[in-house]
Design a protein around this ligand. Structure first.
Ligand code: AMP
Length: 288
């Protein structure tokens, strides 16, 4: 596995691969790899000839009171893990390399960013779409792989790719979870052992919501209230939002007809955790 720190070197490598007819798969990340990241890399491996993963903690997608300065890092461990899953290039640009003096361009997706996390993290998605556009122009991938754990991000990126005619195929990968159900996240490392127990409330409340819908409940406020009650019954928790919304537009819905997305952001101690799932009256596994 090769490590590249430099933008123009990465672009040259991508050009070489493209000229040789190679299909490039790409996994953008902020590092501190866990099984979720590695699964994305495996999916990229299956869908391309060569795989680039990037590690870049993108300052412009963090708010002033967020965790940019304490975001977990372990580059040596990441290198080993990426190598083990067959990544060909690990691209690790510096902030100066990505945002040199004079940088002033942003990519903005209008409506999808006005819901869920977008309401509480102003400018976050502009930071994401801007850096992903830059990374696409640097890595020149044919396919790029993102996690459904960040459902809104996946939707926003798909929209951006479509709207701007970017010639890259986006693949979404289901959320990878710990054995007890907690969605894997680099931020889980912020949790104390006691908080780690409480962090289970996200998945537990999502499972409860899925169960309610399967049993015939279709009133979103009734479900949200139950979810809220369950989460607040766990210590160290503070709900930022719970949303039941249209899975395509992310607009809040009051009545679940066919299917809906439940998405939430909950602080457990200092860690802001997110999770989501599709609520369906009849789930795929139930169909014969
Ligand atoms: P991050 O490093 O947290 O920015 O995540 C990089 C990519 O990994 C994004 O596409 C995330 O959606 C994805 N990802 C993060 N956690 C998980 C997970 N538990 N399961 C699947 N994908 C994930």
């Amino acid at each position: 596995m090769e490590i590249i720190y430099n933008v123009s070197l990465m672009q040259r490598k991508a050009d070489e691969w493209r000229s040789a007819g190679k299909k490039i798969g790409f996994v953008p990340t902020m590092g501190f790899f866990h099984e979720g990241h590695l699964e994305l890399m495996r999916v990229a491996r299956k869908n391309a000839d060569v795989v680039v993963a990037s590690i870049f903690v993108n300052p412009i997608q963090f708010g002033p009171s967020e965790d940019y300065n304490r975001y977990p890092k372990d580059i040596e461990r990441d290198k080993k893990k990426a190598q083990d899953v067959g990544v060909d290039i690990l691209f690790i640009p510096s902030v100066e390399e990505m945002y040199p003096d004079g940088f002033q361009t942003k990519v903005h997706v209008e409506k999808l960013t006005k819901h869920l996390c977008g309401l509480f993290r102003p400018g976050h998605f502009d930071g994401v779409t801007t850096v992903v556009t830059k990374l696409f122009n640097i890595v020149k991938p044919h396919v790029a792989v993102f996690g459904e754990k960040d459902y809104q991000q996946l939707l926003v990126i798909k929209r951006m790719v479509k709207d701007l005619n970017m010639d890259v195929h986006i693949i979404g990968v289901p959320t990878v979870r710990e054995a007890d159900g907690l969605a894997m996240s680099s931020r889980n490392t912020y949790l104390s052992p006691e908080e780690r127990k409480s962090a289970l409330c996200l998945k537990k409340s999502i499972d409860m919501a899925r169960d309610m819908v399967k049993k015939g409940e279709s009133n979103a406020s009734i479900i949200k209230k139950k979810v809220e009650e369950l989460i607040t019954s766990y210590p160290f928790t503070k709900i930022q939002y719970i949303s039941i919304c249209d899975p395509d537009t992310l607009e809040e819905i009051s009545q679940i007809n066919d299917k809906a997305l439940i998405a939430m952001a909950v602080f457990v101690g200092n860690a802001r955790l997110i999770d989501n799932a599709i609520l369906e009256k009849v789930e795929k596994g139930d169909r014969i």
